[in-house]
Design a protein around this ligand. Structure first.
Ligand SMILES: CC(C)(COP(=O)(O)OP(=O)(O)OC[C@H]1O[C@@H](n2cnc3c(N)ncnc32)[C@H](O)[C@@H]1O)[C@@H](O)C(=O)NCCC(=O)NCCS
Ligand SMILES: Nc1ncnc2c1ncn2[C@@H]1O[C@H](COP(=O)(O)OP(=O)(O)OP(=O)(O)O)[C@@H](O)[C@H]1O
Length: 195
């Protein structure tokens, strides 16, 4: 089974690219979604987050706005949160890969925003980096509800610069041109990895 890592900075178009893989029937593990589920009702991160960040859990689930306030722009707090979340996300990834192997899949995708930052590329056969010009990234992210310049700057400060990601990548998918262009690039990739 071939494992493709899919990564890219905030707002670069990772989720959109992941959806293109899904439409081509490639199973995708979504690390952001795993974080959400683990922090949701009954999730395994709820208890450790409540202990580390008092006041961020209500009705058995993490209140993400509260957690965001507690960690964004506070490096020590973000590191503490990552130490809780990353091992749990890794567990979910292992389960996903085991299930895919049992089903006899030939190709799967791991959609992980912090793939390089967490040295995850060793668990993949190739890495696809989704990229667009920085000005477009800013525009895409800043029009999201609740996003501010300060929040964006704090997140970017914790991510490997885009140019460095592109240099390390096996493939770069540009999401700054048209949807059609990015989709065609992904279709070609899937075809070659399935061959
Ligand atoms: C900080 C939290 C509470 C913010 O939640 P929020 O709903 O606002 O954002 P969401 O989870 O949708 O993330 C949006 C984007 O932010 C970026 N991002 C998220 N966490 C981090 C981080 N620790 N470092 C750098 N960038 C991050 C990613 O590009 C991600 O795609 C949440 O992201 C979280 O719990 N993060 C810690 C776990 C983690 O490291 N996740 C990254 C994937 S494994
Ligand atoms: N190829 C493309 N052409 C045009 N617009 C795109 C393309 N890919 C993504 N976009 C747009 O860019 C924005 C960000 O895309 P997306 O949500 O996929 O980013 P992301 O990298 O998953 O972000 P995050 O890291 O915050 O989860 C969305 O508004 C999406 O519609």
């Amino acid at each position: 089974m071939k494992v493709i890592g899919l990564t890219g900075g905030i707002g670069m178009g990772k989720s959109t690219a992941a959806n293109t893989f899904r439409r081509l029937h490639v199973p995708v593990f979504d690390a952001d979604a795993a974080v959400h589920a683990l922090q949701g009702k009954g999730g395994r991160a709820v208890k450790p987050v409540a202990q580390a960040f008092p006041g961020t859990v209500r009705d058995g689930r993490v209140v993400r706005e509260a957690l965001r306030h507690a960690v964004i722009g506070n490096d020590a707090a973000m590191v503490r949160l990552e130490r809780i979340m990353h091992p749990l996300v890794r567990d979910e990834e292992r389960r996903f890969l085991a299930a895919a192997r049992r089903r006899g899949e030939r190709l799967v995708v791991l959609d992980i925003p912090l793939l390089y930052e967490t040295r995850g590329e060793g668990r993949t056969d190739a890495v696809v980096v989704v990229s667009a010009p920085a000005s477009m990234q800013r525009w895409r992210v800043l029009r999201r509800k609740g996003m501010t310049e300060a929040r964006l700057a704090a997140i970017l400060a914790r991510q490997m610069p885009d140019a460095q990601k592109r240099r390390r990548a096996d493939h770069v998918v540009y999401s700054g041109l048209s949807r059609h262009f990015a989709q065609a690039a992904i279709r070609r990739l899937v075809r070659s990895y399935r061959a």
